[in-house]
Design a protein around this ligand. Structure first.
Ligand SMILES: [Zn+2]
Length: 511
C-alpha cells in the first residue's frame, strides 16, 4: 500500500488531471500514471560532502511543491530519495575527485562522519524551508548487493564490460542514448573539457563506470567485495537501484536539477532500461538553476558566493522568504539571486503575513455559509487548474491575493488560505498568528511600517524603553540627524543591547 500519511485530507478526493513539462519528450503533457491515481516519484538526493547551497535547495523546494500539489490534486504518492554518500566525482562523470573524500580531507574527518553531519544539515535546511521529507530516504552505501545484482545482469546481457579492472556500461549497445538533448559526441568529452585526463579503458567516450576496482583514489575509504574485486559503485547506479527497489519497475516521475539531466539521468535510463528490458520512467522533471549576478551558483567559487540557509538566517532573512522568492518564478526558468531581490521578496512576504494577521475569522462566528462553501470550492478548482499548468506556483501565489481581496468572510478566507498553504507551505496561518501575538506583546511599529523585534527574554518595561529608544534613533536617521542616531546607538550599547538593522526594521537582544 502506498504511504498516504502526509495526505489525510485528500484521501477521498477524486484525482484531477494536471499538466507538466516532460524533459524526455520536450513538451508539456497531461500527466499519465502507470497505476491510475497513484504516483511513484523519485528524487535525486544530495551528495553529503558539504552544505547545500540555496541553488540546490531551489530544486528541492520545487519538487516539494510538486509532490504536495499532486497529493492535493487527489493522487497518492510514494516518493523515494537517495542520499549520495559514495561514488560521486566532481565532474558528475567518471573524472575528477571523489566528493566525499574531498569533504573528509577538508575537515579531517572520516567519510562516514562527513556523511552523517551533512545529511543532518541538509534535513535541517529542509525543515527551515518547509520541505517535507520523502516517504523513503536511503543512503547509497546501503545497497551494494543490489548494485552487484544489476551490474551482473548487465554483464550477462552484453550491456556492460570489464576493462582495466573496472566495469563499464557500453553505450554503443543502445538504440538511443541521448534522451534530454542532442549532444554531439565531441561535447561529451567531459574529462577533456575539465582538463582531466580521459579514461583510456572506455570503448566509447560516453561509456560510464558501474563499478570501480581500479581508481586513482588510493585512499578510498569505503570499499566492498564484489565478483569483480574489491571496490565501490559508480555514482549513477545508486539511483537506478534504489528506485527499482522502492518504486518498483515502473516509475511515473523522476526529478532533479537541470544539471542532473546529463550525464546522470541519461545514464540512469541507459542502465535501468537495459536491466529491465522495458521502458522505465515516463516523466522527467528538471528544475532550472539559481544564478548569481556572476553566473551559476556553485560551492567552488569561494566563500563570498557560497549561499546557505544558515547565511540567510545570519543576515536576518526568513528562510520562508526565500521559499516565497522561489515560488514567484517558474521552475523551468533560471532565477537570479541578489540580496536586493531577496529583500524585496521578504518585504512582500511580511506584508502578506500582515494582511492575513489582520483577518478576524473569530468575529465572523467561524461560520462559513453554504454559498461561501461553493465559492471556496471554486477557488480550490482554480488552484488545482492553475498550479497544475506545469507547476505554475506564481499563479498559486496570485490566488492568495485574490482571496484576500474577495468579498467573502474572514473565516472563509482563512479556511481557503490554509488549504492552499498545504501545497505552498509558506506557514501563512502560523506566521500570521505569531505576528498577532507579537503585536499584542510588543510595541514594534513606527512610521512607515518600521518594525522592531525585541529580545524575547526582556521584561515588558525594558521592551518598551528599548523599543522607544530604537524608534527615536530611526526617526533621527530619517531626519538625517546622524549625531543623535549615533548617540542613541552608543547609549544602547552601554546598556548591553546589541542592535542589528534588518530590511524594514531592527532586532535587538541583550548581551
Ligand atoms: Zn540520481
Amino acid at each position: 500500500m502506498p504511504d498516504t500519511r502526509n495526505a489525510p485530507d485528500y484521501q477521498n478526493r477524486e484525482y484531477q488531471d494536471f499538466y507538466l513539462y516532460n524533459s524526455a519528450t520536450h513538451r508539456k503533457e497531461k500527466f499519465v500514471t502507470h497505476t491510475p491515481g497513484h504516483i511513484e516519484m523519485y528524487t535525486c538526493g544530495p551528495t553529503v560532502y558539504h552544505f547545500a547551497h540555496i541553488g540546490n535547495l531551489r530544486t528541492y523546494i520545487c519538487e516539494d511543491i510538486l509532490e504536495k500539489y499532486m497529493r492535493y490534486a487527489g493522487y497518492t504518492v510514494n516518493r523515494v530519495m537517495n542520499i549520495t554518500d559514495v561514488g560521486h566525482l566532481t565532474s558528475d562523470a567518471d573524472e575528477g575527485e571523489d566528493k566525499m573524500l574531498k569533504g573528509a580531507k577538508r575537515e579531517h574527518k572520516s567519510v562516514m562522519e562527513i556523511a552523517k553531519f551533512y545529511t543532518d544539515a541538509f534535513f535541517d535546511d529542509c525543515r527551515e524551508l518547509n520541505i517535507k521529507q520523502p516517504d523513503v530516504i536511503q543512503p547509497a552505501t546501503g545497497f551494494i548487493d543490489e548494485y552487484i545484482k544489476i551490474i551482473s545482469r548487465l554483464i550477462d546481457t552484453g550491456y556492460a564490460y570489464s576493462a582495466g579492472g573496472n566495469i563499464y556500461f557500453d553505450t554503443s549497445k543502445l538504440n538511443q542514448y541521448y534522451i534530454f538533448n542532442a549532444h554531439e559526441k565531441d561535447d561529451l568529452a567531459v574529462g577533456v573539457r575539465e582538463g582531466v585526463e580521459a579514461d583510456q579503458n572506455k570503448r566509447n567516450s560516453n561509456d560510464f563506470v558501474l563499478w570501480f576496482t581500479k581508481s586513482k583514489f588510493e585512499d578510498q575509504a569505503l570499499k566492498w567485495d564484489s565478483p569483480w574485486g574489491t571496490g565501490y559503485p559508480g555514482w549513477h547506479i545508486e539511483c537506478s537501484a534504489i528506485s527499482l527497489k522502492y518504486n518498483g519497475e515502473y516509475l511515473d516521475l523522476h526529478c532533479g536539477g537541470v544539471d542532473n539531466a546529463f550525464p546522470h539521468h541519461t545514464n540512469e535510463i541507459a542502465q535501468s532500461e537495459s536491466y529491465l528490458g522495458h521502458p522505465w520512467c515516463s516523466h522527467w522533471f528538471h528544475a532550472a538553476h539559481l544564478n548569481t549576478a556572476s553566473g551559476k551558483m556553485s560551492k567552488s567559487k569561494g566563500e563570498s558566493e557560497f549561499l546557505t540557509v544558515t547565511l540567510l538566517k545570519q543576515k536576518h532573512y526568513d528562510p520562508l522568504a526565500y521559499r516565497f522568492f522561489c515560488l514567484q518564478s517558474h521552475y523551468r526558468k533560471a532565477l537570479v539571486f541578489t540580496w536586493e531581490n531577496l529583500s524585496n521578496a521578504q518585504s512582500a512576504y511580511q506584508k502578506l503575513i500582515k494582511k492575513i494577521a489582520a483577518l478576524r475569522p473569530d468575529s465572523d462566528s467561524n461560520h462559513i455559509s453554504a454559498q461561501e462553501q461553493e465559492i471556496l470550492s471554486q477557488y480550490r478548482e482554480k488552484f488545482i487548474r492553475q498550479v497544475g499548468n506545469d507547476l505554475n506556483t506564481a499563479s498559486g501565489v496570485t490566488l492568495i491575493y485574490d482571496v484576500l481581496k474577495a468579498n467573502i468572510s474572514d473565516a472563509a478566507k482563512v479556511n481557503i488560505l490554509a488549504d492552499f498553504d498545504q501545497v505552498l507551505s509558506l506557514s501563512l496561518i502560523e506566521k500570521s498568528a505569531e505576528l498577532r501575538e507579537r503585536e499584542a506583546n510588543q510595541k514594534t511599529t513606527g512610521a512607515g511600517g518600521y518594525q522592531i523585534t525585541g529580545d524575547a527574554d526582556a521584561d515588558p518595561g525594558e521592551l518598551e524603553a528599548v523599543n522607544a529608544l530604537i524608534l527615536q534613533r530611526y526617526q533621527a536617521k530619517q531626519s538625517k540627524n546622524f549625531a543623535e542616531a549615533d548617540r542613541i546607538r552608543d547609549e544602547l550599547k552601554s546598556r548591553g543591547i546589541e542592535l542589528t538593522d534588518i530590511p524594514g526594521g531592527a532586532v535587538w537582544k541583550k548581551l
